[in-house]
Design a protein around this ligand. Structure first.
Ligand code: ATP
Length: 379
């Protein structure tokens, strides 16, 4: 399949067979008693990559970060950083720093003292600390807040102090556990872009844990989707969205419609999928699926057109009734109940003010899509 690549920037060492991974998890398993939190997981992260670990609560994201930082060791398997096996190396001797979700700022210390704390502990000379702290304050645009204490700052400012503190020691890798978790939605969105800028200007490798798929999609070069301690897919945000490899991944990221069926026939550039009700879907690329396989055809709502009449000349069209309708300003989301009972979601951009094909509740409607609008999933 054609790689969709990174949209954000020209950076794709994972496509270069010569490129060496900077961080490697090799068959890492972590057990707590008889509970397996991470299960034989292998993963490569490249230098200067913005890498996101995405998954539901309890899937093992934080456990992976903690093992990378050195707060925990794998039960079996190994973690390499720049070619070096990290087993037995304590956290403070790893070129890694971790920014915790709680930020853990010292409440009695000023912003500048918080940022300089780790440097002082390391025994850095006073003048050098002052210079580095000033540099960090500038980086996170908090110069005029240097003398304030954390309780005199907003949530977003506290987050930036924590960031400045965690990059002050110039680690090679910064680990961020839900870095924006404490911020409200609007501030989160702004801060996502600040984080991306910071990562690029410092040339650091970022590994971010999040359960927020939009956040991972916005910020990361690549995303690992985890479930129950295993990797389900590692890919760029665009690939995860456009070319999920399983029903789980397709359903986890964004909205999707799934048509379950059986491959009735296929050749090199087309296939027919027959659903339980006998309705057929024509697809361009059936991937790994062979004739007779049970598959799901996954298609995103924005790839489906809704109209009041059967559209001419499209491969796939199905009839139903508008069952629900949500006007969201920039777009309208239709829920169409097909005559076989399946409810299909379709979204349409409201790019012109007057629609020439206005549909309302309970109207008969057609959904349609071309053969290459979705993916065929065997898993
Ligand atoms: P969340 O998003 O809720 O933080 P997570 O994906 O980061 O979740 P982890 O914290 O990595 O999840 O935990 C993975 C699993 O391992 C969980 O089921 C958790 O209960 C378990 N676990 C983590 N640490 C320990 C521990 N020290 N002892 C026993 N079980 C643990």
């Amino acid at each position: 399949m054609k790689s969709l690549g990174s949209i954000r920037r020209e950076f794709a060492p994972w496509n270069d067979p010569q490129a060496k991974a900077y961080i490697s998890f090799e068959n890492v398993t972590k057990r707590f008693g008889d509970f397996t939190a991470v299960n034989n997981l292998s993963l490569s992260i490249y230098e200067k990559e913005f890498f996101a670990l995405l998954g539901a609560s309890g899937c093992g994201k934080s456990t992976l970060l903690r093992m990378l930082a050195g707060f925990d060791e794998p039960t079996t398997g190994r973690i390499l950083l720049d070619g070096q096996d990290m087993r037995g190396i304590p956290p403070y001797r790893r070129p890694v720093n971790m920014m915790f979700q709680s930020y853990a700022l010292f409440p009695h210390m000023t912003v500048e003292a918080n940022i300089g704390f780790g440097l002082k502990q390391e025994g850095m000379a006073k003048a050098e600390i002052e210079q580095r702290v000033a540099e960090m304050l500038k980086l996170v645009k908090l110069e005029q807040f240097a003398k304030r204490k954390p309780h005199q700052l907003s949530g977003g400012q506290r987050q930036r102090v924590a960031l400045a503190r965690s990059v002050a020691k110039r680690p090679k890798v910064l680990l961020l556990d839900e870095p924006l978790g404490a911020l409200d939605k609007k501030l989160r969105e702004e801060t996502q872009f600040e984080l991306m800028d910071l990562q690029q200007s410092l040339g650091l490798t970022f590994v971010v844990v999040t359960h927020d798929q939009e956040e991972a999609m916005t910020m990361a070069d690549r995303i690992a989707i985890l479930d129950k301690g295993e990797v389900m897919q590692v890919a760029t945000p665009a690939e995860v969205y456009e070319a999920p490899i399983s029903r789980f991944v397709a359903g986890f990221v964004g909205n999707v419609n799934m048509f379950e069926g059986t491959v009735a026939a296929r050749d090199a550039d087309s296939a027919r999928i027959t659903g339980a009700s006998g309705a057929e879907i024509v697809v361009g690329n059936a991937g790994e699926a062979a004739a007779g396989n049970a598959v799901a055809f996954a298609i995103r709502p924005e790839k489906i057109k809704v109209s009041s009449r059967r559209p001419e000349g499209v491969a796939n069209a199905m009839e139903g009734e508008v069952y629900d309708l949500a006007y969201l300003g920039d777009m309208t989301v239709y829920h169409v109940r097909l005559d076989d009972g399946q409810v299909v979601k379709a979204s349409a951009l409201n790019s012109s003010r007057a629609s020439d094909d206005a549909l309302s509740w309970n109207d008969r409607a057609w959904i349609s899509f071309p053969p290459d609008a979705g993916v065929v999933l065997t898993r």
